[in-house]
Write a protein of this length. Structure first.
Length: 318
């Protein structure tokens, strides 16, 4: 069965059953990706547009590979190559793209709410690949798939999300997704980078209690999953902590404080990493790191998203 929705714009609006459907479909596509010929004809004849107004390596490449693995025709458009540079509105840009018989438009945009804005104006399906500081649904879904694979499930796990909470769309999507799936999420970071009252503001929409830790020790102790976040200097506009060195000392994950987490805890990071700042190289490259597994799972998750929106009436594996 497919999703009973035209678009995937955020995790907040997805139900636990919809999240489960996407994760289960992703697992089916992981089998396809393990074959010698990593391609199925599911979306043959469909056109997928990657419309990126922000720089991206992992997300854009992952969506492009996912579409090609499903045999869709794929076009990449960057902000510098779009008519927006000539003064055309975003609405006109996407309507012109849709007029070329596009089936799915994947958009990344620096303005929060941009994917929702265009989704209301298009018949084509829209997937949010990250909008401002709002959400990044595909990243949260691949994170949940990775946790499910490595830990056998999500419900009941303690997940520590540490770093620049205020500017992180990854954190926001994961908070919604992980709590919907029954995880106990704990947030920690510099007070200037953790919105005051976030545990109550977002917490009231969560299925499980959301907590803000008072110290790195509290956040890490007995954690099953440790998710480190990138410092988003490009979104801050001003210095919100004294120095990178001090940030690393008090809020970075290293060989000393990682021992507070459970012995079998997994370490995650959405990338790109600032090595030696949010996370030390020994941890990023260590046995408990699943960072490259996250990247690998991104293709399967994005295949599932495209399939469920554009071709969910067909068999997954052909």
């Amino acid at each position: 069965m497919g999703l009973n929705r035209k678009d995937i714009l955020d995790i907040e609006s997805l139900s636990p059953d919809e999240i489960r459907l996407i994760l289960e479909t992703s697992e089916s596509f992981k089998e396809v990706l393990g074959r010698d010929i990593k391609k199925v004809p599911t979306l043959r004849g469909k056109t997928v547009i990657n419309l990126f107004f922000e720089a991206s390596t992992r997300t854009r490449t992952s969506f492009e590979i996912a579409a090609k693995r499903l045999s869709a025709d794929t076009i990449n458009i960057s902000a510098s190559a779009s008519s927006v540079q000539k003064g055309e509105t975003l609405s006109d840009t996407v309507k012109n793209i849709e007029a070329m018989n596009s089936d799915v438009i994947i958009i990344r945009h620096p303005a929060s709410g941009a994917p929702h804005f265009i989704a209301k104006r298009l018949k084509a399906s829209v997937i949010n690949a990250g909008d401002g500081s709002h959400e990044h649904p595909s990243q949260a879904l691949l994170d949940m798939l990775t946790i499910k694979e490595k830990k056998g499930g999500i419900e009941g796990l303690k997940v520590a999300i540490i770093g620049d909470i205020a500017h992180s769309r990854v954190a926001r999507s994961n908070i919604h997704g992980l709590t919907k799936m029954g995880a106990k999420v704990v947030l920690y970071g510099p007070k200037t980078l953790v919105p005051k009252g976030i545990d109550k503001i977002i917490g009231k929409y969560c299925n499980t209690p959301l907590r803000v830790a008072e110290s790195m020790e509290e956040a890490l102790t007995d954690a099953d999953v440790v998710m480190m976040l990138r410092i988003q200097l490009e979104r801050q506009g001003q210095s919100l902590f004294p120095s990178v060195r001090e940030y690393s000392r008090f809020f970075g994950l290293n060989g000393r404080n990682v021992s507070l987490a459970k012995e079998d805890a997994i370490i995650m990071h959405p990338g790109p990493m600032n090595r030696g700042v949010e996370i030390s190289s020994e941890i990023a490259d260590g046995a408990r790191s699943v960072i490259l597994d996250q990247v690998n799972n991104g293709i399967a998750v994005r295949m599932a998203m495209l399939y469920l929106l554009a071709g969910g009436h067909k068999e997954v594996v052909t």
